[in-house]
Design a protein around this ligand. Sequence first.
Ligand code: ADP
Length: 253
Amino acid sequence: SQEEQVRERRLSAVGQLAAGVMHDVNNALNPIMAAAYLLRHHAESPEAVRDYADRIRKAAEIGAATASRVGRFIRQEPVHPGGDVEVDLSLLAEEVLDLTEPMRLQRSSESREVRIVRMFTEGAITRGLPGEIREALLNLVQNAIDAMPDGGTLTVRTSVEGSDACMAVRDTGVGMTADVRERAFEPFFTTKGAKGSGLGLAEVYGIARRHRGTATISSVPGRGTEVMVRFPLQKAAAPEVAAPEEILPTRPN
Ligand code: ADP
């Protein structure tokens, strides 16, 4: 809208950076808050208390790593060539699902359960910055959960397609209208009012581009959304992977 365009122009580079930092801080805090809620209301045994405490620590560590990353960015330290490593998308996806489990557990405790389906392919490996790719996945999973206020199914898929290593996050949520889909990657575009920053998908897009990859959205209003990110495949020793189409259920388009 016009109002958003005005707002966008007003934001200085510093303001944009601050908004980005706030977004990342929020992303780190959400799993911590959910785990603390569960610790307060649903930890029935000493083991459960320890488990939630571990989750809080792990989420806080990832938050701290994010803060260091932002710090490096502010100081304009170059991501030195060779600083990138082999990234196994399936391992990262598992890590992100683990990290966001408290958010989903909180939902099930409120009978708005988010079911998880994992469809991982071996060898979905790229080269890049694992912190960034983790942040991208976290944004996608967060959006998928937001899109299913009454619960639903979250499918996280990794695959090898031609010379691409792919990761896709799908939900059975509210979906996007064509208008929203067209603008979804724009920085500061949000339909979530004060709760949204409009930076999640913009960050996903930027991360995909920096890794010489792409990000695409397929969505059907009322049915659900899939965001697919493709990275250049890092050829591993073991070839032969199942054609991903063979294990795909019908996808929204
Ligand atoms: P934010 O989540 O802060 O609004 P994003 O850039 O992540 O910012 O998303 C922009 C907009 O795209 C959201 O406000 C929402 O309208 C739409 N969107 C993103 N992901 C989904 C999804 N999984 N399902 C439905 N709509 C989505």
